[in-house]
Design a protein around this ligand. Structure first.
Ligand code: ADP
Ligand code: MG
Ligand code: ZN
Length: 504
């Protein structure tokens, strides 16, 4: 029997739930500051977020705005009537014994997100975007007597949390990854979240089921939690797809359950199989008024929507004649695109010069600068080489003050010391040698001391000329104008050849 079944080809069906901490000054329902990450444990607390009886929540308007803006950017409808509900469940990190969330009337519904995967576009439905509050943080520690104990840090309790729920329209782990990076980029451009996955500002739960390819029906799904990078979501989905396929092919049924991803072992394990029987006893939050969302307010927010990555990519291609690839990479992060444009705006230049400058800035940003930033684990927004410094360096190369080779050394030094490129070139004496008169003696000297290479060249070995050029560059510590050295070496070799044939 299993042989028959295994001839069936299966496809995954994936729906993602993403929790996003919103960037607000204060928490969701109280005046405590939301900067819980850097604050000392339990220093951002009040009766509301501690869940003390008698305290009353107040809605954070900024968090509602962030959620509506996200909804708009995800092509959602913003209903004019929304409300908060209580989701009841007991857990030590849930201070009130319930979480204020949204159940049947979320702030945004029925949207979609277009993804660019391998050169084609696919559309993923957005079921809803709603607003809730984060829970406190538990820390489990071993104690000296072999038992363990837990500490509670309430700082995170009540931090605004937005949830974006996709339709089950995603059909591969790769597409899931593109969905996440695209959503992440939108949040970054909107400025509604840091989107930092490591510190938990952007958390993804992945629902996945499998079905015979082309079948209209859904299978039982599992929900995978605990993934803290885009890569682990990708790995977990592929793992879960294979696991479910084996279950089905062995003639069994996939159990609907919550599973956890173990990063160190690259597997998912069962966590709670009864979760779906959970009754959260949702009911409208009695301590908060319903949220009436004025359409005029929504229009105002729509007008305030910033340019997003897709639009910016198109604009950069048009304005600066960038390739699709360059523009895509530059706009993947808002900070990188900002850096790029800042470097171009340092000085007003002609259109022609600006396109050339755009190409140079792109090459430096995507090449050497990115390499230095990665090695140093620094974000481009914090780059010690500022946009004006990079523009200055490019200017030094363009005016032939410094060779491209040495410019890389200058960039590195600029990165490490924060000194301006012009200062470094001056201090180090990196100025390019552009005068024939100062180069000719060096060329002659190098040819003199490398008779074997000269001989090789005369015997027809062209590459010997390159070797000699390299020697000249080395002797001048990279300062010689390489173009000029090429010409001088070629001319000198030619004249030796002519002399020889005249003699014979
Ligand atoms: P619940 O109310 O139990 O949370 P939802 O209908 O809201 O369930 O779905 C939660 C997530 O699971 C959504 O992202 C949805 O796309 C996804 N999902 C639902 N059914 C399936 C399925 N059969 N396979 C994969 N994902 C699914
Ligand atoms: Mg859910
Ligand atoms: Zn508080």
């Amino acid at each position: 029997m299993s042989r028959e079944v295994s001839s069936v080809e299966y496809e995954p069906v994936i729906g993602l739930e993403v929790h996003v901490q919103l960037l607000t000054q204060s928490k969701m329902f109280c005046a405590c500051r939301a900067d819980y990450q850097t604050a000392a444990p339990n220093s951002r607390v009040c009766p509301v977020c501690l869940g003390l009886p008698g305290s009353l929540p107040v809605i954070n308007r900024k968090a509602v705005e962030h959620t509506i803006m996200t909804g708009l950017a995800l092509n959602c409808r913003i209903p004019s009537y929304s409300k908060f509900d209580r989701k009841n469940y007991p857990y030590p990190d849930l201070m009130k014994g319930y979480q204020i969330s949204q159940y049947d009337l979320p702030l945004a519904v029925q949207g979609h997100l277009d993804l660019h995967v391998n050169g084609h576009t696919s559309r993923v439905g957005i079921n809803r975007v709603h607003l809730e509050e984060d829970v406190a943080k538990l820390q489990h520690l071993p104690s000296s007597d072999g038992e363990s104990y837990s500490l509670v840090d309430v700082n995170r309790s009540g931090v605004p949390l937005m949830e974006v729920v996709s339709a089950p329209d995603i059909s591969s782990a790769e597409e899931a990854q593109v969905y996440l990076t695209t959503l992440h980029s939108i949040l970054q451009y909107l400025g509604v979240s840091t989107g930092n996955m490591q510190d938990g500002s952007f958390r993804c739960d992945a629902n996945i089921s499998i079905r015979p390819r082309g079948s209209p029906e859904f299978g039982n799904r599992t929900e995978v939690k605990n993934m803290n990078s885009f890569r682990s979501v990708f790995l977990a989905l592929n793992y879960e797809f294979e696991r479910q396929r084996r279950v089905v092919e062995s003639g069994s049924q996939v159990v609907q359950e919550t599973r956890g991803w173990l990063d160190d072992r690259n597997v998912t394990v069962s966590q709670r199989s009864k979760e779906y029987a959970h009754d959260y006893r949702y009911f409208p939050e009695p301590d908060l008024p319903p949220l009436v969302v004025d359409p005029a307010w929504v229009e105002t927010l729509k007008d305030q929507l910033p340019e997003l990555a897709t639009q910016r990519r198109t604009r950069l291609m048009q304005d600066y004649k960038l390739s699709d690839y360059d523009a895509s990479v530059l706009t993947a992060s808002r900070d990188m695109a900002d850096y790029f444009e800042a470097a171009l705006e340092v000085q007003p230049v002609s259109e022609d010069a600006r396109d050339r400058l755009a190409k140079s800035v792109t090459n430096w940003v995507l090449g050497d600068l990115s390499r230095l930033l990665n090695m140093d684990n620094t974000l481009i927004g914090d780059s010690p080489v500022t946009p004006p410094m990079l523009a200055e360096l490019i200017g030094l190369v363009d005016s032939e003050t410094v060779s491209v080779t040495l410019a890389k050394t200058v960039l590195e030094e600029c990165f490490n010391t924060g000194k301006s490129p012009a200062t470094i070139v001056g201090d180090r004496g990196y100025t390019q040698i552009n005068e024939t008169s100062s180069l000719v003696p060096t060329v002659l000297e190098v040819l003199d001391s490398n008779p074997k290479a000269v001989d090789d060249f005369l015997q027809g070995k062209e590459s010997a000329a390159k070797f000699l050029v390299g020697r000249v560059m080395r002797t001048t510590r990279g300062q010689a104008n390489p173009e000029m050295v090429n010409q001088l070496v070629a001319a000198e070799l030619e004249s030796i050849r002519n002399n020889q044939s005249a003699k014979s």
